[in-house]
Ligand binder design. Structure first.
Ligand code: HEM
Length: 142
């Protein structure tokens, strides 16, 4: 159960990242070039929400989420118990607000601009909060 959830959560990061990048690029093209909007912002939001559900499940069973004495002094426990969840929640909220604000805009260009701004910020947050292998947090590439 734990291993399966962890692998699903780890692999889904790539889906979230690719969809976010496609949504940002597409939104920029709508904003600047007048290209029609696509479904990519919706797909990226759905992937992020699924990732949130998997992450929440992991949060309750992971051995790296602990609020025992001194956990803030342990970089690994602090990362998963506080930093990862806080930044990812912020990113997913940013995506959701961006998507719903874009929907109420009157033109493709205005929708593109809104998605571009919100999703770009979310993309940066997600990139910063992923436990990349070179960060020494014990996680791999997949
Ligand atoms: C777009 C959002 C997210 C991305 C891209 C993401 C990505 C990742 C990655 C790559 C790992 C490392 C998995 C491994 O060890 O191979 C991880 C671990 C983890 N994530 Fe997320 N995550 C996201 C959101 C969340 C959220 C919202 C939560 C909590 C509600 C969460 C909870 C966790 C936990 C608890 C672990 C540690 C698993 C363990 O090794 O025991 N994640 N995440």
């Amino acid at each position: 159960m734990y291993e399966g959830l962890k692998h699903a959560h780890s692999g889904l990061r790539w889906v979230v990242l690719v969809l976010l990048i496609l949504a940002v690029v597409g939104a920029y093209r709508s904003w600047k070039g007048g290209a029609a909007g696509s479904k990519m912002p919706l797909f990226a939001m759905i992937a992020a929400h699924i990732q949130l559900l998997l992450g929440l499940g992991l949060y309750f069973i992971s051995p790296y989420v602990k609020f025992t004495e001194g956990f803030m002094k342990d970089p690994l426990l602090r990362f998963y118990s506080i930093e990862h969840i806080a930044m990812m929640l912020l990113a997913i909220i940013t995506i959701t607000i961006g998507y719903s604000r874009a929907k109420s805009k009157p033109t493709d260009a205005a929708r593109g601009r809104t998605v571009y701004m919100y999703y770009l910020i979310a993309l940066l947050l997600v990139l910063l909060a992923i436990p990349w292998p070179f960060r020494g947090l014990g996680a791999g590439w997949f």
